[in-house]
Design a protein around this ligand. Structure first.
Ligand code: SF4
Ligand code: SF4
Length: 205
């Protein structure tokens, strides 16, 4: 098959650079003009972070936490939904069958033997918490994540549970926690005793 190159491709002319452009003089002058304009406009803002913490939106998606259930166990049922939904492939879960003879796990088929999230690889899209059928994984509003090595920022199950403990005890639950009508799983829990969910909401899990 042949195609008419002149009709399908728009060719641009390569700009011709003089000595001024080659030495970036117009670009430097333009950048300085922009900086001076902002300086003399009197609208400059200097952030005093970390002495003054910034006000961030309440629905900010920051560091993850793994929630606990009413009995203090990890709420996650190791269904792999979050790992499957994650576009950055930064969640790794190894599931174990719940011990049948252990009353602690009597109502569970599986639990996460290990659960890790690479917080540096994550793009904080929130797909994991949307995918979770039991609201076990949530993104908190913690934004100041620091570490000396990349390995430190691969959070394991214990670390993720400790973030739940810290945020729930200090009243820093994400706004999406127990969000009722806005959260499919929460909504199901809330409406379980009140009849079927509203139209448009399917079942999860
Ligand atoms: S926020 Fe997005 S990228 Fe990060 S772990 Fe969840 S699904 Fe993956
Ligand atoms: S989607 Fe929820 S329950 Fe399933 S593995 Fe992820 S955190 Fe656990």
């Amino acid at each position: 098959m042949t195609f008419n190159k002149s009709k399908t491709v728009k060719w641009g002319e390569e700009p011709k650079l003089g000595w001024r452009e080659a030495m970036y003089l117009p670009a430097i002058a333009s950048g300085l003009a922009t900086a001076l304009r902002h300086v003399f406009a009197g609208k400059t803002t200097t952030r005093q972070y970390p002495e003054v913490e910034p006000v961030i939106p309440p629905n900010y998606r920051g560091v993850h936490r793994l929630n606990r259930d009413e009995e203090g166990r990890v709420k996650c049922v190791a269904c792999y939904m979050c790992q499957t939904a994650c576009p950055a492939n930064c969640i790794e879960i190894i599931a174990s069958p719940a011990p049948k003879d252990d009353p602690y796990w009597k109502d569970r088929d599986k639990f996460p033997q290990t659960f890790t999230i690479d917080e540096l690889r994550c793009i904080y899209c929130g797909m994991c918490e949307e995918a979770c059928p039991v609201d076990a994984i949530e993104l908190t509003s913690i934004y100041d994540l620091t570490g000396y090595t990349r390995k430190e920022l691969v959070f394991d199950k214990e670390k993720l549970l400790s973030i739940y403990d810290a945020t729930s005890k200090t009243g820093k639950d994400p706004v999406r926690t127990n969000r009722g009508a806005l959260g499919p799983a929460s909504e199901e829990a809330a409406t379980a005793s009140q009849g079927p969910p509203p139209p448009g909401r399917g079942s999860h899990g």
